[in-house]
Write a protein that binds this ligand. Sequence first.
Ligand SMILES: [Cu+2]
Length: 168
Amino acid sequence: MKSMITTLALAAFSVTAFADVAIKDAWVRGTTPAQKATGAFMQITSSDAATLLSASSPVAGVVEIHTMKMEDGVMKMRALPKLDLPAGKAVQLQPGGNHVMLMELKQQMKPGDTVPITLKIEGKDKKVQTVEIKAEVRDLAAPATMDKMDKMDKMDKMDKGHGAGMKH
Ligand SMILES: [Cu+2]
């Protein structure tokens, strides 16, 4: 609750002295009616070194920053306390990698819908700014962006397949 009040206060008094943060191509993966979690993806570029502290969205009860990594042939997801945004470098949040996890979804994510997401970003001077973005819900089968995930799935299956009889 305390952090929510801070966020609101900062949003109200937001000034232009912060690092320039550009968010490109923000999207959320569509869900089935029963699904309670999904990923949000985007490209973040900050002019100065900064840190993504957290994210929030009215459509989700809980939002976390996640990372995904292959461990012993299994794709594992875990929460990151924060995500570094190196100066001038485009940081990709994408399927199979770091992403914003929307959990306890309050509604189905339907392709074409727009989901507001608020990012809390801390500059090197420790000042925190909030960045509001609108992410477009894309179909589960959205072509280009899902390409990586597809490959990953296949790799995962392959790995399990030959993992049975082989040791690396
Ligand atoms: Cu996740």
